[in-house]
Each structure stands twice: as structure tokens, then as C-alpha cells.
Design a binder for this molecule. Structure first.
Ligand code: HSE
Length: 425
């Protein structure tokens, strides 16, 4: 699309945390223009980026606006979201939604209707905020046959369990803190009970296994009964307690459930801490793959919404030429920073004579080249009566470190610079 072409107009339903993030991300978008923003309360204090003239409390005026091609639904819950999305689809508008309750509960009805009306529903933001799990399953990994989806799908409960582990404090105290910090919803019932995870898991399993799943068939059990004692014992046994959603394909049935579980401390999902989410996928071609990241929040979730919008833009504009997401759009070459200009910490291992003054001379050369030493250790005498000196430096430009190494090599202080390895902090 050229700058002279008309922009694609979109309407937003809901402008809470995620909606505000979407408005910020779409500012100055080359192709998309927000025409209307639906809010239930026009007088609520809002971020300055929300232009007052775009706001309306008449949500139906957005879905009935003939100029608007895409509706972004961020109201959450089922009412009035379901009714509005249905009407928008009947009005031939594409849908982008962050609403897991809606997709998990009414997905079958909405997808059938979208097919009949030849429009798309994109819902990357509905599961695990910023983690690109839906389109990864639907597109990138679509050559796989999936056998398992397992995940930590709720940030609130993962935060609570992480804090109970780190500080040995009670479930009730952690929940209160999660609410005070704004991680948990004011009514955290669905988070705590595992229902929020069940919504997300049913969406993922449905895509992975290619079958519809009724949300009420998904067993869910919450974390209310977990005590600091359970957590301490699980750690002693080599496990960690997490609220886990698991869906496995077993012959003609799907085993799908959400409940607290002991998982091995050494497993990747056991390292998902705080409000983060993690999803493990098992496919016949990729084996196991785990995605870990922010499962909620303004910008991570807006990233998924905006990504879906850009995909829709590509779909809409590809009617006029090649799909813009599948063509190379740039022709210039990037400027690459030479390794000598990079900044790193370094591990340096030297073999030296085991005699007085060596460490001092090494330190003097490093200091001359502005390489600051973090730790220096001499590890005993070697069989040939030489000594191993290992040094960890603070951050320093590569060219300074290399100049110091060159001077050390040229001097007769050390027998050999045995290794230099960059350290990522
Ligand atoms: N309440 C959810 C959680 C975030 O705690 O993970 C939105 O799905």
C-alpha cells in the first residue's frame, strides 16, 4: 500500500490497560487508523494518548460504522462482547480479540459465523498475553502432529506460588499482595480456581488437536489449598508446585485438565517464575519446544493484538498484490558493529610462573588498558609448577581487553594466555 492509499479504519471496543497499549502501539501506523474507541465510561480519567473525540459509549455505533473494516474487541467477559462480535461479523467486519472467555465459550458459534461471512477472527492476545503461541501452532508449526500441550497459563497464581516458595508466606498474604500490586484481578476467582487457565488451555488444545472442546468438560482445580508446608516438602523431594494446564492426545480421547501439580525442579517449566507464563508444545517433528514470557500486561498483550492487526492488513491488502508479510520490503544493508566495539565482561585464564609479583604485573597491565578486574583467583600449582590465574572482568570495550591481552602475551610475565571467554551477565 502506498501513502496515497486510504488507510484501513478500525474500531476498538474497550480501552482499559490493553486498549491503551494498543492505541499507543498504533500511533502513526502507516496503514491503520483508529476511527472510534468504545468505552463504557467516557468520564473515566485516561492516558493522554486517547483522543477524546474518538471516544464513544455507543458501542453499536462502532460495529455499524460502514467505514470500519476491523473490530478490536478488548472488553473481556461474555456480555456484551458476544452480542457485539456477532453483529460485527454479520456486518462483514474482521475481528481481533483478546478475550479468552469469549473464544473458549463461544468460539464454535463465532468461527462458524465468520466462515459464513467470509471474515477472519484473530485471537493471539487471548492466550498468554505476549507469548506468540496461537499463530505458532496455527502457522509455523502446522506441519507437526501435536501430542501434548502443557503450560503455566496464569500469571496471578504463578506469582502467588513463586512468592510462597521464595518467602515461605501464606497463600492469603500472597494473594493480597498480588491484588495490591495489580497482578490479580479485583475479583481473582477465575485466576485462583484454575478457570482462567482452563479457558486458555481449551483454546490451545482445540488448535493443536483440531477438535472443538466444550469449556465445561475441562477439569479445573485451584491453588487455594496449597500451604507453605506443601511447597517446602515438594522442594525437598526435588519438585516444584505449579498450577499446570495439560492436554494430551490419547487415542480417541483428549486428557485435558488444570490443577496444581508437582513438576521436576529441573524441568523448563519449573523455571517460570513470578507473573510469567510458559507453554510447552510436543510435536512429532519439533520434539519439545517451550515458550516463556509475559502472560499479561499493557505492552505484551498489545504486541499480540497489533501483530494480529498487521496480519489482517496483509490479508486485506494482498487482494491488490503480493501479501506484504511474504515479500522482502527493504533493500539497504544494515551497519554491523565490529566485534572490537562491543562491550562485554570477560573470563581470562592465564598460565604463569608461580612466583611473587605476577598477579601485580597482570593487574597493572589490565589497569593501563582500563580493564577493571571483578575477581581474580589463583588455582594452586600445576604439575609443571606453573600456576593458573583466572580473572573475571567488569564490563569493558572489546578493543581495550584485547589490547591488554596482547600486551600480556608479549611480556614475559605469563607462560600462556590459555583462554578468553566473553561473559553475558
Ligand atoms: N488474569 C490473567 C493472569 C491475565 O493472571 O494470567 C489475563 O489472562
Amino acid at each position: 500500500m502506498t501513502s496515497n492509499d486510504k488507510k484501513i479504519k478500525i474500531g476498538l471496543l474497550g480501552v482499559g490497560t490493553v486498549g491503551t497499549g494498543v492505541v499507543k502501539v498504533l500511533t502513526n501506523h502507516p496503514v491503520l487508523e483508529i476511527k472510534k474507541i468504545g468505552a463504557r465510561d467516557l468520564n473515566k480519567k485516561r492516558d493522554a494518548v486517547i483522543k477524546k473525540e474518538l471516544l464513544t459509549s455507543d458501542l453499536k455505533s462502532i460495529i455499524n460504522d460502514p467505514e470500519i473494516e476491523v473490530i478490536v474487541e478488548m472488553l473481556g467477559g461474555l456480555n456484551p462482547s458476544r452480542e457485539l462480535v456477532i453483529e460485527a461479523i454479520k456486518n462483514k467486519k474482521h475481528i481481533v480479540t483478546a478475550n479468552k472467555d469469549l473464544i473458549a465459550t463461544h468460539g464454535a458459534e463465532l468461527f462458524d459465523l465468520a466462515r459464513e461471512n467470509n471474515v477472519q477472527i484473530q485471537f493471539e492476545a487471548s492466550v498468554c498475553g505476549g507469548i506468540p503461541i496461537i499463530n505458532t501452532l496455527k502457522q509455523t508449526l502446522n506441519a507437526n502432529r501435536f501430542s501434548k500441550i502443557m503450560g503455566i497459563l496464569n500469571g496471578t497464581t504463578n506469582y502467588i506460588l513463586s512468592e510462597m516458595l521464595n518467602r515461605g508466606i501464606s497463600y492469603e498474604q500472597c494473594l493480597k499482595e498480588a491484588q495490591d500490586k495489580g497482578y490479580a484481578e479485583p475479583d481473582p476467582t477465575n485466576d485462583i480456581s484454575g478457570k482462567d487457565s482452563a479457558y486458555k488451555l481449551s483454546i490451545l488444545a482445540s488448535i493443536a488437536f483440531g477438535e472443538r472442546i466444550k469449556i465445561n468438560d475441562v477439569y479445573n482445580e485451584g491453588i487455594e489449598k496449597i500451604t507453605p508446608n506443601d511447597i517446602a516438602i515438594s522442594e525437598d523431594l526435588g519438585y516444584r508446585i505449579k498450577l499446570v494446564g495439560i492436554a494430551k492426545k490419547e487415542e480417541d480421547k483428549i486428557d485435558i485438565r488444570v490443577h496444581p501439580a508437582f513438576i521436576k525442579k529441573t524441568s523448563t517449566l519449573a523455571s517460570v517464575f513470578g507473573a510469567n507464563n510458559g507453554v510447552l508444545i510436543e510435536g512429532n517433528l519439533i520434539g519439545e519446544l517451550t515458550l516463556i514470557g509475559a502472560g499479561a500486561g499493557e505492552f505484551p498483550t498489545a504486541s499480540s493484538v497489533a501483530g494480529d492487526l498487521n496480519m489482517l492488513v496483509a490479508h486485506i491488502t494482498s487482494a491488490k498484490g503480493p501479501n506484504p508479510q511474504f515479500v522482502c520490503k527493504h533493500t539497504h544493508y544494515a551497519k554491523i558493529k565490529p566485534i572490537s566495539e562491543t562491550t562485554n565482561s570477560y573470563f581470562v585464564r592465564l598460565r604463569t610462573d608461580d612466583k611473587a609479583g605476577v598477579v601485580g604485573q597482570v593487574g597493572t597491565i589490565f589497569g593501563k588498558h582500563e580493564v577493571s578486574i571483578n575477581t581474580l583467583t589463583q588455582r594452586g600449582s600445576n604439575p609443571d609448577s606453573s600456576a593458573s590465574i583466572t580473572i573475571l572482568t567488569h564490563l569493558v570495550k572489546e578493543e581495550k581487553l584485547q589490547a591488554a591481552i596482547k600486551e600480556i602475551e608479549k611480556s614475559n610475565i605469563v607462560k600462556q594466555v590459555e583462554n578468553v571467554i566473553r561473559v553475558f551477565e
